[in-house]
Design a protein around this ligand. Structure first.
Ligand SMILES: Nc1ncnc2c1ncn2[C@@H]1O[C@H](COP(=O)(O)OP(=O)(O)O)[C@@H](O)[C@H]1O
Ligand SMILES: [Mg+2]
Length: 502
């Protein structure tokens, strides 16, 4: 054996020469100096020697795999990130990319690369799948970005722990309690009316009256009474009389629904002539169903709750505000639906003018109770979203399924069209677990792929907080992750745990 450093055997050129082949001669070496490599100092595999320089005694085990480029994509699918920027609330895991999932509806609207044109969110899911918990966690995590939350109707008082944790006492609405909310409130639009020029007065008048009409149409129609042009004229004219707008008052008076009903029931001559009726009798005959519907609301669902001027003082700078409605629960879905309709309209009034930096999340939980009142109530919800002046508000609707409104016995194509419209007003959709039948319904309404639909009816049902998030036309498989304190704040199974009814 030759010693170390000597070459053994013959080199290739000599070997080939033996077989009669000549290798072409090597061109003379390039005289130009070699470019210096970027790494002038090489670090050995175990790290640099010396104290405190991170040298390791043992090398980390390295597993080596060999495969063709055809096989690599199978072993390492190399899934790209979600494509959503990491801004806003970190909600949990994006299970398709393995990364974190962030929710920032307003940020998505302003980003041209994300196919989202409004910041509204609709959350669907079977009860108990974590809809409310996801929304509460979102509200809590968006606080850091300056967002405040307004819960328009907390039908189970389940936002109360969250409010108290943030140092806010929620308003409680119920019979025998002092809190009153006037759904016909002017809101900030009514401020400083006497200083406004005519054009601005006209504009504001149009906004306020449009909102009132939407509300009254929803309320009257919930009593299964039609609200057509006759009713609209009568209500519009009565409201103009009541506010003093007709008589050209510079300071408008805020009406209430009982006052409206009284004016219609005991019509002053101006109202009769303003609506172009020959006489009082004529007016009363034409508006009988309207008056009866309003009368039964005033004496029934609205009594003691929405029948007077607003008596609560809302601090809009508090991190969260909530109106608890659980006292209405024993009165049934209809009463709760009416209350939600009134609160939605009032909440919209409160948000019509706001400071530019006043970012808000408006939560409408258990929206399905309002949907159940029928197509008109659904339309009023739709109008609330549509009329919402402020694109900086993130409006969140929570419901079980889109067809809730259809169970009111109104499975017409019009009702379906309204449900679809409402969905279009919410570019972000969060689909928690659903039964097969509802999955099919969602699938056809939203145009889900079979895979996406299976996620909703299979994977999402199997765990709380699991949902398919549709951001514009992109889909994400997301598991909401709650921290320990959040789990306690969102706990809604007291009744179950106590063995009582749910
Ligand atoms: N991501 C989650 N991880 C763990 N528990 C959750 C999660 N989401 C919800 N929960 C728990 O499940 C229960 C029901 O959730 P909830 O949000 O009230 O359901 P829903 O509003 O869909 O009826 C709550 O006690 C809540 O704490
Ligand atoms: Mg809930």
């Amino acid at each position: 054996m030759s010693g170390r450093g000597t070459r053994r055997g013959r080199d290739v050129a000599v070997l080939l020469d033996d077989f009669g082949h000549r290798l072409p001669p090597l061109p003379p070496a390039d005289a130009a100096p070699r470019e210096r490599g970027p790494f002038t100092q090489l670090v050995p595999g175990r790290g640099m020697r010396g104290r405190g320089r991170g040298r390791t005694a043992a090398l980390a085990p390295l597993s080596v795999w060999r495969m063709t480029s055809e096989q690599t994509p199978v072993v390492w699918p190399l899934i790209a990130t979600s494509g959503l920027p990491p801004t806003g609330a970190q909600m949990g895991l994006d299970l398709l990319s393995g990364g974190a999932f962030y929710c920032d509806p307003v940020g998505w609207v302003t980003d041209d690369d994300i196919p989202v044109t409004n910041p509204n969110v609709v959350v669907f899911g079977k009860p108990g799948r974590g809809k409310s918990a996801t929304v509460k966690a979102f509200a809590l995590r968006m606080l850091a970005y300056g967002y405040r939350t307004l819960v328009l109707g907390d039908t189970k008082d389940e936002y109360e722990p969250l409010c108290r944790a943030l140092g806010v006492e929620p308003f409680v609405i119920g019979h025998g309690l002092p809190a009153r909310v006037n759904p016909l409130a002017f809101g900030p639009l009514g401020h400083g009316w006497e200083r406004l020029d005519t054009a601005e007065i006209r504009r504001r008048e149009a906004l306020v009256f449009a909102r009132w009409l939407v509300l009254l149409r929803g309320l009257v129609a919930s009593q299964a009474v039609p609200f057509g042009p006759v009713e609209e004229t009568a209500v519009g004219e009565a409201l103009r009389l009541l506010t003093g707008y007709r008589s050209g008052a510079t300071r408008l008076t805020e009406p209430t629904i009982p006052q409206l009903w009284h004016t219609l029931d005991e019509p002053p001559p101006e109202l009769v002539s303003g609506c172009r009726y020959a006489d009082r009798r004529h007016f009363l005959d034409a508006t009988r169903t309207l008056r009866d519907a309003l009368g039964s609301l005033v004496k029934g669902s609205l009594a003691g709750l929405f029948d007077d001027h607003t008596s609560i003082h809302v601090d809009w700078r508090a991190p969260i505000q909530s109106l608890s409605l659980s006292r209405l629960e024993p009165l049934g879905d209809h009463a709760v639906g009416i209350a939600l309709t009134c609160l939605n309209s009032w909440g919209q009034a409160m948000r019509e003018i706001a400071d530019p930096g006043d970012l808000r999340i408006v939560v409408r939980d258990e929206t399905w109770r309002q949907m159940r009142l029928g197509a008109e109530a659904m339309k009023s919800l739709d109008a609330n979203l549509r009329l919402s002046r402020r694109d900086a508000d993130v409006q969140i609707l929570l419901a079980h399924k889109p067809s809730d409104m259809l169970t009111a016995g109104d499975a017409t194509s019009q009702a379906v069209a309204i449900a679809r419209d409402l969905l279009h007003l919410c570019d972000v959709k969060v689909l928690h677990g659903q039964d097969q039948a509802v999955g099919d319904e969602l699938g056809s309404m939203l145009g889900l792929t079979p895979t996406a639909q299976r996620l909703v009816t299979g994977w999402a049902v199997a765990g709380k907080g699991r949902a398919l998030w549709l951001v514009g036309d992109r889909a994400f498989k997301v598991q909401t992750v709650l921290t320990g304190p959040e789990l306690r704040l969102t706990y809604t199974n007291e009744a179950l745990a106590a063995g009582g009814p749910t």
